[in-house]
Design a protein around this ligand. Structure first.
Ligand SMILES: C[S@@+](CC[C@H](N)C(=O)[O-])C[C@H]1O[C@@H](n2cnc3c(N)ncnc32)[C@H](O)[C@@H]1O
Length: 275
């Protein structure tokens, strides 16, 4: 403290300035609407009914996506795509790509700009979010990118060479149906690219990771509640480390590549064993 005012430590000032893979300012902004949902979350935990995507999107607006924006800008092209060189090559040549749960579409705008020969479409269940995504893509004049309000389980069949899902699979209430939908949406030779948090899902192990309190806290208030609709088991942000590999195998996918991202995510490429 100097002159009655707080002075940030050198180690923290970079975080507060933003532009780093975890934007602490965006996380702090997200806590405000998440906190206002506490009574609603308490009801959802008591009745086991979860909370619909639209209710979350109405409360959170684009705050949740501002948390991931810096990560996509830092790592999507140079690490997640570059770590799968055959994908980078196909994207440069020109392929059809879908993203499920793109939110306002930050990741797709980066891809559409970087790979003008490829065609991109984002499918999100939330109509208001899709409107935001359409407007943001138009602002950037990206003619190779469009969005539709469609559930990941109901995409066009055999229409894509690559289907992506970034930080969203653990939000869906029917992961089996979405995985089957993504598989059916792939053309022969096509693949999935899934990014999920790298936490193990074992609280004792994850306690050593300083980002775990953020992930576990947001999971309880948001991700898990969105995935846990009435009659569903629910997954949430800490589930992929315990269940994703088995679910991919059970749905006829074989893992063909993996990037352990510096952003604390695992980026898995998976290919259908038969189509
Ligand atoms: C946490 S946001 C992630 C957005 C974006 N991928 C990002 O990282 O910024 C999860 C998104 O998944 C969408 N979503 C949830 N269930 C879905 C489903 N079954 N099909 C398509 N989108 C879904 C939500 O509406 C929301 O926009």
């Amino acid at each position: 403290m100097t002159d009655g005012r707080y002075e940030p430590l050198d180690e923290t000032v970079g975080l507060l300035r933003g532009g780093v893979p975890i934007d602490v300012r965006a996380v702090a902004e997200l806590l405000v609407p998440l906190g206002s949902l506490l009574p609603r979350v308490a009801t959802a935990i008591r009745d086991g009914g979860g909370i619909e995507s639209a209710e979350f999107q109405a409360a959170l607006g684009m705050t949740s996506e501002r948390v991931n924006g810096p990560m996509y800008r830092a790592f999507l092209l140079d690490e997640w795509i570059a770590g799968h060189p055959e994908l980078a090559e196909a994207l440069a040549h020109g392929i059809d790509v879908a993203e499920v749960g793109p939110g306002s579409g930050t990741a797709l705008r980066i891809l559409a700009r970087a790979f003008p020969a490829s065609r991109f479409v984002g499918y999100d269940v939330d109509v208001a979010t899709v409107r935001e995504a359409v407007a943001a893509a138009a602002d950037e004049g990206l003619a190779n990118l469009r969005f539709e309000a469609v559930d990941g389980g109901a995409m066009p069949r055999a229409a894509f060479d690559l289907v992506c899902m970034f930080d969203a699979f653990h939000h869906v209430s029917d992961p089996s149906a979405v995985l089957d939908g993504m598989r059916a949406a792939l053309r022969p030779g096509g693949s999935l690219l899934l990014a999920e948090s790298a936490v193990s899902g074992d609280p004792t192990t994850d306690a050593a990771d300083p980002t775990s309190p953020i992930i576990y806290g947001c999971d309880l208030l948001y991700c898990y509640q969105e995935s846990k609709l009435a009659g569903r088991t629910g997954t949430g942000a800490t589930w992929p480390g315990r269940g994703l590999e088995r679910m991919l195998a059970d749905h006829g996918f074989s893992e063909t590549g993996r990037v352990a991202s510096q952003a604390g995510y695992v980026v898995i490429r998976a290919t259908p064993l038969r189509n």
